[in-house]
Design a binder for this molecule. Structure first.
Ligand SMILES: Cc1ncc(COP(=O)(O)O)c(C=O)c1O
Length: 455
C-alpha cells in the first residue's frame, strides 16, 4: 500500500494539511520519519512533562498489560489505579488528604464532564435539588465534549456548536494585560472576582452548583495566572452562595507551574480539582478528578453510587503509566527542577521581549505564553485575518521549533499568542534554541520592523 493511501485514511485535524510522521522521541525532541528533529518547546499541548522516549514508562505499561490489561470498574479495581489515586492525593492541597478520592478518566474533557455531573449529584445527595448550573469564565477552555464546551468560554471552539450547548453563565476572566473593566491591579480591587458575585446575585444563585475556572489560563489566553488575592476572593464568594469551587488544572497540574497543583500558589483549597495531560506525560490517555472529603461523605451518606461511568475509567495500563511517570518525577526530582528551568528559559526569552510586536512574555513555572501585539504602547492586537499566531508557529516550525499557537487572546476573536510548555528536563542550550526559533519567527513574520529595531 502506498503512503498516500495511508495518509488519506486518517480523519486529521485539518484535511488540507500535511503532517510529518513522528517516529521517535528523545527528551525534548521529536524525530520524524524523514530524520528531521523538532525541539518540542510546548511539550506538544503542555502534556509531555518528563520528556519523550522514557523507556521505563513503556516497560511498566507492558508489564501491567501482560498481567492484566483490563478489568471493568463495575466489578474490579486494579492495584495500579488504587496506588496512583493515593499518590495523587498525597501531592494535592491539604483539604484532599483525609478522605479525598480520585476518579480517573481518559483525558481532560472526560474529567470536566465528570466534575459537572459530580457537582450536580452532590447537591442531589445533599437535598438541594435546585442546584445544577456550573458557572464559568469567558476566555477559558475546559474540553471539547458538549458538556465541557458548555462551560468553556473559548469563542472560536464553541462557535460551530453554539445551538447545541446550554448557557449557564460566564463571568469575566482575570486578565490584567487586557482588563475587561479597563482597570489596573491592585487599584481595581479585584473587580473581575466581584463579577462572579454580581452575576450570582442577578442570576438565581440558588440554581448554581459550582464555579469552574483555570487558576492559570492555558490555551485560551496564553498562560495567564490569577493575580494575588483573586482565588481567595473567589473562594469567599462561592462559600457565601453555597456553591462548589472547581479548579481546572488539566494543564497547570502535576508540577507544571512549579508546585504540584497551581492552586497551591495562592493557598486555594478547591472542592474538586481536574487534572490530565502531565499525569501520564502523554504515555497513556489519562485524566483525573480529585474530590474533597466533604463531597465524598455526602455520597457515602446518600446513595453511595455515582450515576456516571466510562468503560475505560481507571484503566489499569493508563494508571500504570501514571505510576511510572510519578516514579520518574520522584527519582529525578523533576518538580524541583521547574523553577530553575523557568528562570533559564525566561533569561533566554529576554532577547525577544524587546521586540516591538512582543507585548508580553508571561506565565508561571514552565507554563509560559508570548503575546503578540500590533502596538506595544496601546496593546492593540493584530486583526484576526493577519493570522499572526499561526504564521509565527509555521516560521518556528521551519526552524524545527514546535510552538502551540492561539488566537482570540483579547476577546475571543482578536489577539495572538504562543504557548511554551517544554518538558521539565529542558536544558539551557535548548532554552537558547527555543529563543532563537522564536526570534527567527519574529524576523520572518515582521521583516520590515525587525531590521533596525531588533537583534
Ligand atoms: C484547562 C484544560 N481543561 C481541559 C482540557 C481538555 O483536555 P483533553 O484535551 O485531554 O480532553 C484542556 C485541553 O487542552 C485544558 O487545557
Amino acid at each position: 500500500m502506498s503512503t498516500a493511501t495511508h495518509a488519506d485514511s486518517l480523519f486529521s485535524r485539518n484535511l488540507n494539511k500535511h503532517y510529518p510522521i513522528a517516529v521517535r522521541g528523545e527528551g525534548c525532541w521529536i524525530i520524524a520519519s524523514d530524520g528531521r528533529r523538532y525541539l518540542d518547546a510546548s511539550g506538544q499541548a503542555a502534556v509531555v512533562n518528563i520528556g519523550h522516549g522514557v523507556a521505563e514508562i513503556g516497560s511498566a505499561m507492558a508489564e501491567q498489560s501482560s498481567r492484566i490489561a483490563f478489568a471493568h470498574t463495575t466489578q474490579f479495581h486494579s492495584e495500579s489505579a488504587e496506588k496512583l489515586a493515593a499518590r495523587v492525593l498525597a501531592i494535592a492541597p491539604r483539604n484532599f488528604r483525609n478522605g479525598g478520592r480520585v476518579y480517573f478518566t481518559s483525558g481532560g474533557s472526560e474529567a470536566t464532564e465528570t466534575a459537572i455531573k459530580l457537582a450536580r449529584q452532590y447537591f442531589l445527595e445533599s437535598k438541594q435539588p435546585s442546584r445544577y448550573r456550573v458557572v464559568s469564565r469567558k476566555q477559558s477552555y475546559h474540553g471539547s465534549t458538549l458538556g465541557a464546551m458548555s462551560v468553556s468560554g473559548n469563542v472560536g471552539r464553541r462557535a460551530p456548536y453554539a445551538p447545541m450547548i446550554p448557557e449557564w453563565g460566564h463571568v469575566a476572566p482575570c486578565f490584567c494585560y487586557h482588563c475587561p473593566f479597563g482597570k489596573t491591579y491592585p487599584e481595581c480591587n479585584l473587580a473581575c472576582a466581584d463579577d462572579l458575585d454580581a452575576f450570582l446575585r442577578a442570576n438565581d444563585a440558588s440554581s448554581v452548583a459550582a464555579f469552574l475556572f483555570e487558576p492559570v489560563v492555558g490555551a485560551t489566553l496564553g498562560a495567564v495566572p490569577a493575580v494575588d488575592g483573586y482565588t481567595t476572593r473567589i473562594a469567599e464568594i462561592c462559600r457565601k452562595h453555597g456553591i462548589l469551587v472547581i479548579a481546572d488544572e488539566v494543564m497547570s497540574g502535576i508540577g507544571r507551574t512549579g508546585k504540584p497543583f497551581a492552586s497551591e500558589h495562592w493557598g486555594l483549597e478547591p472542592d474538586i480539582i481536574l487534572t490530565g495531560k502531565g499525569i501520564a506525560s502523554g504515555y497513556a490517555p489519562l485524566g483525573a478528578v480529585l474530590v474533597a472529603p466533604r463531597l465524598v461523605e455526602a455520597f457515602e451518606k446518600g446513595s453511595a453510587a455515582f450515576m456516571h461511568g466510562f468503560t475505560y475509567q481507571a484503566h489499569p495500563v493508563a494508571t500504570a503509566a501514571g505510576n511510572a511517570v510519578f516514579d520518574y518525577l520522584e527519582a529525578h526530582k523533576l518538580f524541583e527542577r521547574v523553577a530553575s528551568a523557568c528562570d533559564t528559559l525566561r533569561k533566554s526569552l529576554s532577547r525577544v521581549e524587546s521586540h516591538p510586536h512582543v507585548g508580553r512574555v508571561r506565565g508561571l513555572g514552565l507554563l509560559m505564553g508570548v503575546e503578540f501585539v500590533k502596538d506595544k504602547a496601546t496593546r492593540e492586537p493584530f486583526p484576526k485575518e493577519a493570522g499572526i499566531a499561526e504564521k509565527i508557529r509555521q516560521a518556528a516550525f521551519d526552524k524545527n521549533v514546535l510552538l502551540y499557537p492561539g488566537q482570540g487572546t483579547v476577546d475571543g476573536v482578536r489577539g495572538d499568542h504562543v504557548l511554551l510548555a517544554p518538558p521539565f528536563i529542558i536544558q539551557a542550550q535548548e532554552c537558547e534554541q527555543i529563543a532563537e526559533g522564536l526570534q527567527y519567527a519574529l524576523n520572518t513574520v515582521f521583516p520590515l520592523d525587525s531590521a533596525e529595531s531588533f537583534l
